[in-house]
Design a protein around this ligand. Sequence first.
Ligand SMILES: Cc1ncc(COP(=O)(O)O)c(C=O)c1O
Length: 368
Amino acid sequence: MRPTPPLTAVVGALPASVPFVGPEALERALGRPFAARIGANESVFGPSPAALAAIRAAAPEAWMYGDPECRDLRTAIADLHGVGIANVVCGVGIDGLLGTVVRLFAGPGTPVVTSHGGYPTFMFHVRAAGGVLHEVPYADDREDLAGLAERARAVGARIVYVANPDNPMGTWHDAEAIRALRDALPDDTLLCLDEAYADTAPAAAIGPLDTTDGGVVRLRTFSKAHGLAGLRVGYALGAEATIAAFDRVREHFGVGRLAQAAALASLGDPGHLAATVARIAEARARIEAIAAGCGLATVPSAANFVAVDCGRDGDHARAVLAACAERGVFLRMPGVAPLDRCVRVTVGLPEHLDLLERVLPEALAAAG
Ligand SMILES: Cc1ncc(COP(=O)(O)O)c(C=O)c1O
């Protein structure tokens, strides 16, 4: 036996825990598959038939790397947003792009600001880079934009990360409020705006792109309403110089050939996207009704999930979550108080929500 060579000082100091335990691991522990996989904010409504056809057509070409410039896909994205191709960079989902953003703007000791209990992948990358996280509590189940701006100025943050709509609560701010946050930040602070749920958000939440502002990067994904989470494609939009910087450190072959083909075809099928967005809205309303039927409140959501308030503390919500899992329903929940009084239910097919309707009262009873 020879020992593991020394890790870097930053990595050596990190906890050995795994930040995301996948539903597959939970199924292995449970000894059977979940009957309703409605916890990971995927789109059970699936990809566009055009995307499936593109994947099939590209499958024999899987021996080739994808175009490292993602040129065709970036061209289509640029057309969609009315910007130039130089304003777009593709990456391995938003999660991968967050890692690139952190590598570009934060190193050991760099102050960075985000919300306490917000989407954790950004924090994961910051910790791996040795950055110093400053976390601002949510206010009324929403990310506290004024609080984030104030903390960013106080600590000299180099990145402020906000998700709009956010995960895990699904709440959102109007574009004007995001604009005010941007205006309140100093020139040497990057606003990293995660718009994973832009497709399901009200139009008023998604402001126009300003490609003259080098201090904002906006992140989008094909994982949600496009139904392509398993292929790992996302993109960043921003000013040319900011986007060009990604080329210095990004994983150039990260977006595979099939993923590029599928995302491109999905952009060419806006009808499927619109139909999926409508199904997501219907499913959200059904989840709200199921919760109400159990006497539980829900948090208004603009995402593909609903936070259901279990009415007590985190221990109680964790017990509800575990009881649902034992009954074949996979959910997730926020990690910190007071958000963790909720369980987070991703939209599902009618049969998944039928099962939720049966299981939730039992789970609440089992949780005591
Ligand atoms: C706010 C937010 N950002 C990013 C992601 C991950 O996106 P991707 O699959 O593109 O990495 C998620 C997924 O749940 C999310 O909720």
